[in-house]
Design a protein around this ligand. Structure first.
Ligand code: GLC
Length: 652
């Protein structure tokens, strides 16, 4: 839209640009800035319009955009243009991600570069290297307490190593995902130190208060994220003589986005990492970006405005770069991180599908898909040009964040059902082989989340100890079912390193004083490469898992119906152990894949007539894309063996 006020301001900004910026050839930059300026101006004005320094701040913002554009390499600028032309590129079924810690996977970043062959053997082509920025040793929250946003932690390497890795990945058509911790900094960050030294400019970067008055008001409605290890949301800083907001650990200071200088600093950091070759930036803890007294300080409307602003700005300087929203919040809230009140994604193009993740675990424990089906049915439709990151587990705990109304519709009482799940996964339930551990137990409510490696949570650790071949096979099959779901649901599957070879719980964290209170370390293992070698030994769990997952990935990449164009239809199976949905190729009529999974230990059947005329499968020609086999049929009853899934088509 041509809007007079913002455009005369834009002209003024351009006139005031420093001569060294004005001299450059910024054709693409100016077109994009012109196209996005009205949106940028409106959002910036909504957030900061009342401030006297508004014009100075927006001038500064435009300069940050221009300077980072000038610094962006030719190669990355070309990639931006390619992606502008093919703007749905990330919705393709060809992408498969994995998250890993550089030092636990391969010692360091250089080591990761040497292990790309392993990832390619599996088929992974999108690599999330867990946080690599400088953190104080000991108080790092696994990399999420950053003390220097422009330097790499020496434990994993150097800035040069990141550049080398990103070049290597690009040469192999693989993508790099890097974290930017946008919500908080380490208490050792320079901004925190300057605030401590009494500099009011930097004190305004944080929520810092001399008395308990305001903190107490906040506390009335704010929940605790780490109630066991870091109760409360404020920490007293002796040197500053102030209470500072620390929603996560007491050494992670929340940034004050009410101050435009903070937003501009963070934008500069995002673009810095975009310019180091990150294709996708994972924005950490985005639900927490805006704090308001009297609220839970999560999912506030302004948090969305900030993300929209960051996106609009990133599109000016580095339009090929995508954002992932890490917002592990209620299902109806997660979806808003694609863009509140929008048609196409305008905040983050990708979001963690924490809802699907938690629901899958419910199906594992109950061997029943009632809640899974109900939860997915309630999940609002995504926007266009937005996609899920589907995962089974990640480096964090598993929270049982389903909607209570869905739990009730599925026939459970929410409190006791959550207690059952917690007991099930922490092995307190008789029938369970699961070996998880509670995380973040809240003594007041009795709530907790769950830690544990995927293999140990499904029972493989216990089954191996018991030498129980049948149980071992069931666990392997179940792990494959879960992968079969995230690969076909719609969105980008994000594997978690080690799961492809069934890494078990790693108890070494218990000997480390800095980690012992955080059970999430149990599922952040150092990869055992001897174990990985067993992927070549026929019949071992490692071989079955690795090969099964590799096969799934290769089938996924060749199955157009698995691309994500909101082309999934959930199917009511009338069988509480089955979960089924239809995926349709949006570009070719009649090309459907019926996905069906059995979460139970006994065979289950699905009546194909329940599908109506969806898919119009020819029964005699049904074939499972994954195994290549024809499934067993009795009349129109499809039989799904225990802990198995099918990707069925009749287009042979
Ligand atoms: C995110 C990270 C988590 C971290 C938290 C605080 O949720 O995934 O690991 O503890 O942010 O930074």
């Amino acid at each position: 839209m041509y809007e007079q006020v913002s455009h005369s301001l834009l002209n003024q900004i351009l006139d005031n640009l420093k001569p060294e910026i004005r001299k450059k050839d910024l054709r693409h930059f100016y077109t994009r800035l012109g196209a996005n300026f009205y949106a940028i101006y409106s959002l910036f004005h909504r957030l900061y319009g009342k401030r006297d320094d508004f014009e100075m701040q927006i001038q500064r913002l435009a300069e940050v955009l221009a300077v980072n554009y000038i610094r962006r390499s030719k190669e990355l600028k070309m990639l931006d243009i390619e992606r502008e032309h093919d703007h749905n590129w990330f919705l393709s079924q060809e992408w498969v991600g994995m998250a890993l810690y550089a030092n636990a996977f391969a010692d360091d970043l250089e080591g990761v570069g040497k292990r790309l062959g392993y990832l390619q053997e599996l088929g992974v082509n999108m690599l999330h290297v867990m946080p690599i920025l400088k953190c104080p040793p000991g108080a790092s929250d696994g990399g999420y307490a950053v003390s220097d946003y422009r330097n790499v932690d020496e434990r994993v390497g150097s800035l040069q190593d990141v550049n080398d890795l990103s070049a290597k990945l690009r040469a192999r058509d693989m993508l790099l995902i890097l974290d930017v911790v946008v919500n908080h900094v380490s208490d050792q960050h320079e901004w925190a130190n300057r605030a401590r030294d009494g500099d009011p400019v930097y004190q305004d970067y944080f929520y810092a208060f001399p008395s308990r008055d305001i903190p107490d008001m906040f506390e009335e409605t704010m929940p605790e994220v780490f109630p066991e290890t870091s109760p409360g949301n404020f920490t007293w800083d002796e040197r500053m003589g102030r209470w500072v907001m620390t929603v996560f650990n007491d050494y992670q200071w929340d940034l004050n986005y009410g101050n435009p200088a903070v937003l501009i600093e963070m934008l500069d950091i995002l673009l810095f990492w975009a310019n180091q070759g990150a294709d996708i930036l994972r924005l950490d803890a985005v639900a927490f970006l805006w704090k308001k007294i009297g609220t839970v300080c999560q999912n506030e409307h302004e948090a969305h405005l900030i993300l929209q602003l960051l996106k609009d700005c990133c599109q000016v300087t580095a339009p090929g770069v995508l954002f992932i929203a890490e917002a592990i919040v209620a299902p109806v809230e997660i979806i808003k991180y694609f863009g509140e009140d929008a048609v196409i994604a305008k905040e983050c193009e990708i979001a963690y599908n924490a809802t699907f993740m938690a629901l899958l675990w419910d199906a594992v424990a109950t061997k029943n898909t009632k809640l899974l089906e109900q939860g997915i049915r309630s999940l609002p439709n995504k926007l266009d040009r937005a996609t899920w990151l589907n995962y089974i587990r990640c480096h964090d705990d598993i929270g049982l964040g389903f909607d209570d109304a869905d739990v009730v519709s599925a026939g459970y009482e929410p409190r006791s059902h959550r207690k059952f799940l917690l007991d099930y996964f922490t092995g307190k339930y008789d029938d369970s082989l699961s070996r998880g551990q509670p995380f973040g137990r809240d003594e007041k409510s009795g709530d907790a989340r769950i830690s544990g490696s995927l293999a140990s949570l499904v029972g493989l650790e216990a089954a191996l100890e018991r030498n129980d071949d049948k149980a071992i096979q069931d666990c392997v099959d179940l792990i494959l079912v879960l992968h079969g779901m995230i690969m076909s649901f719609g969105g980008i599957p994000l594997l978690y390193y080690g799961d492809e070879i069934g890494m078990l719980n790693d108890f070494s964290f218990m000997e480390d004083e800095e980690k012992v209170h955080d059970t999430r370390w149990i599922h952040r293992p150092v990869i055992d490469w001897n174990k990985a070698e067993r992927r070549h030994q026929h019949g071992t769990p490692e071989q079955q898992l690795f090969e099964g997952i590799a096969r799934m990935i290769s089938v996924r990449k060749n199955t157009a119906a698995f691309a994500d164009f909101n082309n999934r239809e959930l199917i009511a199976t009338n069988n509480p152990h089955l979960f089924a949905f239809m995926r349709s190729n949006t570009f070719e009529l009649g090309d459907h894949v019926l996905v069906v999974a059995n979460f139970d230990a006994s065979p289950q059947s699905l009546s194909l007539s329940d599908l109506g005329n969806r898919g119009q499968f020819e029964l005699g020609r049904l074939r499972d894309l994954y195994s290549g086999e024809a499934p067993s049929l009795f009349k129109d009853q499809l039989v799904i063996p225990p802990f198995r899934f099918y990707w069925l088509t009749s287009n042979v």
